[in-house]
Design a binder for this molecule. Structure first.
Ligand SMILES: [Zn+2]
Length: 511
């Protein structure tokens, strides 16, 4: 059976590979964007050494806070203060999440949005710019995905745009969306449900990277994050086991069922779980057990797959005589569908701005980290990437709640430099690289591309109209429908205990 599956996979790979490789080579020609006075004002502000340093320091501070999703109190407060000091109108506690906020400047149409994240990852604590493993606080969280730079880059962007709007009397609104808990893909579906993006005409998303690029088309997976809790009956495990009903048995049978289910799911699926609770001692029949699932598939297949996983839970409860006490959907998100017009506009500004220049000292660290990881010791990259046609093939992969936003307004993601090629995301090597001068330059370069793009959108009605037309056509084919069950609320308790455990220790070890 296994062999047969392998053969089928091999045939599929053989069939897909040439298509995939061919499509990847299709470069979309995009002319360099124009530099004009409105853009120059924003870029002059960002290029100033004082600006580079002040936003660099904000990024490093957030790196030091390393707050996990929905616990980003210090990180969001720092970004909010920076925006308020520049005259932005800030709305806090958005969509029922204390660390979610929006910041607005200007009025009327068009409304251009910039997304920003600031949450860290568990267990990745690491000293900045140290190539070998050397945690600041053993076991504590760390910024292994560069979200410390991303919220900061977004804030720098909207402030630069505001300065130009003020000086040149540009009409419209620039808006920053402070989005918590991206690593657990939680905030955006709740933000969409609360109508936070309703009046936005176009959105620029950003993510830290090692090079500089953007893209369009569909990518990643839709995801439903859900905790199943079973209720049984305690009893003495040896004295009177017949009196008990084990909730842990239900979790185990559910997991066996979903593992059998894999064979009959479309090959686009991804399915993984961790057991959250499973009793405390073998001699007491556990009366409560829970398991946390990530159910992932394409937008078209996610709901059907989720229903089958729920049926596995129901079947397990029936088989064990326990009760399926709660199905807690924490979040539900779609795939990312980036707008081509937005990607082309971002690309034209990538070509205008270009890569930062790295110092010898920065390259020395990059090579040391590459050596430590056994990768080619080539330092930081010097060239931006070209825009490519999407491959059109969707098999597996991760998820981002930016996907929700791409279904509400025309959106594309800028990936900006600062990371070391060869480093591993969600790993201490990324934590060590996303601190200090190269990170500062990377996020500043990202902010310049985003600010230039926002100014094009604010001042060139024909560009925005084309982008909105593409989005309107796409929306007709792919209308938005929330994957959140009615009544679901963001899980604000998430990561609370972990942050309580490490916050004071991290404060003491402040880097
Ligand atoms: Zn990330």
């Amino acid at each position: 059976m296994k062999l047969f599956n392998l053969t089928i996979s091999f045939i599929i790979i053989l069939f897909l590979y040439p298509l995939h490789a061919g499509a990847q080579d299709n470069i979309v020609e995009v002319p360099k964007a124009k530099l004009y006075k409105e853009k120059k004002t924003a870029l002059n502000y960002l290029e100033d050494e004082n600006t580079v340093t002040s936003f660099g320091k904000i990024s490093d501070k957030i790196w030091g806070y390393a707050e996990l999703g929905l616990q980003e109190f210090k990180s969001s407060a720092l970004l909010i203060k920076t925006l308020e000091d520049e005259g932005f109108k800030v709305e806090k506690n958005v969509a029922g999440m204390p660390t979610c906020f929006t910041a607005t400047w200007g009025e009327g149409k068009p409304v251009i949005g910039v997304l920003g994240e600031f949450d860290a990852l568990p267990m990745l604590s690491q000293k900045g710019l140290v190539p070998n493993q050397d945690p600041l606080v053993k076991g504590a969280p760390g910024h292994g995905c560069g979200h410390n730079m991303m919220g900061t880059a977004g804030v720098a962007t909207v402030i630069a745009v505001k300065k130009s709007m003020e000086e040149h009397n540009i009409k419209g609104t620039i808006k920053f969306f402070g989005s918590p808990a991206e690593e657990t893909v939680i905030s955006r579906p709740y933000m969409v449900r609360a109508g936070v993006f309703d009046d936005v005409d176009a959105i620029i998303d950003n993510h830290s990277s090692t090079g500089m690029n953007t893209g369009f088309g569909v990518s990643g997976n839709a995801l439903i994050s859900v905790i199943f809790t079973f209720r049984g009956k305690t009893a003495h495990s040896a004295g009177a086991p017949w009196e008990g009903r084990s909730a842990l048995d239900a979790v185990e049978i559910m997991n066996i069922s979903t593992n059998y289910l894999r064979e009959h799911l479309h090959y686009t699926h991804r399915l993984h779980y961790v057991i959250m609770e499973g009793g405390e001692a073998p001699n007491v029949v556990p009366d409560r057990a829970s398991v946390w699932y990530y159910v992932r598939n394409t937008d078209e297949r996610i709901e059907e797959m989720y229903e089958r996983v729920v049926n596995c839970a129901k079947g397990a409860a029936l088989a064990t005589g326990t009760e399926l006490e709660e199905i807690r959907v924490m979040t539900g998100i779609h795939q990312r569908h980036c707008n081509r017009g937005m990607a082309e506009l971002i690309q034209s500004n990538i070509q205008l701005i270009g890569m930062p220049e790295w110092t010898e000292e920065e390259n020395e660290f990059a090579r040391a980290l590459q050596k430590e990881l056994g990768k080619e010791e080539k330092g930081y990259p010097e060239k931006v990437s070209e825009l490519k046609e999407p491959s059109g093939i969707q098999v597996g992969g991760g998820s981002s709640d930016v996907g929700e936003v791409t279904l509400i307004a025309p959106t594309a993601t800028l990936r900006f430099p600062g990371g070391v090629p060869g480093m591993i995301f969600h790993h201490r090597s990324a934590v060590s690289a996303y601190y200090g001068s190269a990170a500062w330059k990377g996020l500043n370069t990202g902010a310049r591309v985003m600010a230039a793009t926002a100014i094009d959108l604010l001042t060139k009605a024909e560009v925005l109209d084309k982008i909105k037309k593409e989005f309107a056509d796409f929306s007709e084919e792919h209308p938005y429908k929330s994957l959140l069950p009615e009544g679901s609320e963001p899980p604000l308790y998430l990561n609370k205990e972990l942050m309580e455990k490490y916050r004071a220790l991290m404060e003491k070890a402040r880097w």
